[in-house]
Design a protein around this ligand. Sequence first.
Ligand code: PLP
Length: 476
Amino acid sequence: MSVLFRHLPSMDRLLRHLEADPELAGRPRAMLRDLADGFLGLLREEIRSGALTAEDELALERMLPRLTAFVRLKSRPHFRRVLNATGVVIHTNLGRSCLAEAATEAVIDACRNYSNLEFDLATGKRGSRYAHVEEILCRITGAEAALVVNNNASAVLITLDTLAKDREVIVSRGQLVEIGGSFRIPDVMRKSGATLVEVGATNRTHLRDYENAVTENTGMLLKVHCSNFRIIGFTKEVPLAELVTLGRSRGIPVVEDLGSGNFFDFARIPGLALSEPTVPQTVASGADVVTFSGDKVLGGPQAGIIVGRKKWIDKIKKNPLNRALRIDKMTLAALEATFRLYLDMDRAREEIPTLSMITASADELRAKARSLAARLRRELAGRASVSTRPGASRVGGGSFPEYDLPTTLVAVDPAAPVSVEALRAALLAVDPPLVGRVEEGSLLLDPRTLRRDEFPLAASALIQGLDSAGPATERH
Ligand SMILES: *Cc1c(COP(=O)(O)O)cnc(C)c1O
């Protein structure tokens, strides 16, 4: 082994080689030195682990293709595009929603050029950045006023801080939700200076539980969407309308954190049993303030949207926290473009990827799966067997929890000696990475979250993955 270490290429030789590579022209010497250092580290590791055993494998000429691949890999941006074949439409780890074309164009326009971000073109004086979306938000939600902040977590925080600081907030025990990424209703409540008053039992809460908990110090009745779990069996929740009646009679604002907040009535799509009140329905039920996310089922950019009665929204706007939670111009551009699509629901369904993926029909998905499978069979040429099978996708992002959307999956089973697990791992290191799921010993690709124009990329990812997941001797 120690003999092998002595045959490693020298730093100087590696550096000379990298400096001569036209693709790396103009890169700082310190960066090239880091790359060479990283490559040597990788080789040492392979010698130690026994993956590299022969002296001649260490000859620089034989190493060059690997060095080139290593350098390409390391000089890629850290934040990159990924192919989502998981079938989870709103995949928080993969960036939640993909924007509609109109929204993408609006973002490019907003960041490439100057804009009327805070400039009133009617008066030539200073304007408000929120004016761009408030009117259209009121129009599509039916609310009196609206405000947009950085994300829904901040929407909940600023609403609690404004309406219930140093006061009591009554919440059902069944709704003390933890969303992924350390957002917990009780913790946010504490941070805002409100006192949590839990009522009811985990599975059942009655109107009288709320009534009995009201004191002269109650600042809010809060309803929280059970985003990522479902309580089934012997359960009861108090409908929003009943909370609103109670709130009105005692002069206490009623707030609903909708989480996802959909505008689209999924119940009207045949075969989709997704039914939840929409944002306009929630507003119409009389909630004083409603909050929801921009990048969940809405299908827009990351944002927290707050709509409701003008009296409360005006107070929230004046909260100094609002300045700290404000959204940037790219978000505003994407939001306005997305909201405009909702003026026509059919157009929204067609053009907002999140909606079209959720509502894709079984026939459409079967056809997509067959066409992806045919391409893979052709391009992988016997290196893996490819088949289709019925399966399920998920909406994800804390929307419609535990609800399976029927789909057709493409199963990829690599030929020996490549294992499914090795292929799954190798696919994360190719360009662009392809994320699928491994179930029952197969790599499964769900065409619901893969666009047809991404099929060639998926095929190329699989070829690269099979190349690099092969046994070590084939790699060199
Ligand atoms: C997702 C969610 C949040 C957090 O929203 P972000 O936009 O991710 O900050 C808060 N409350 C509920 C009920 C949610 O589902």
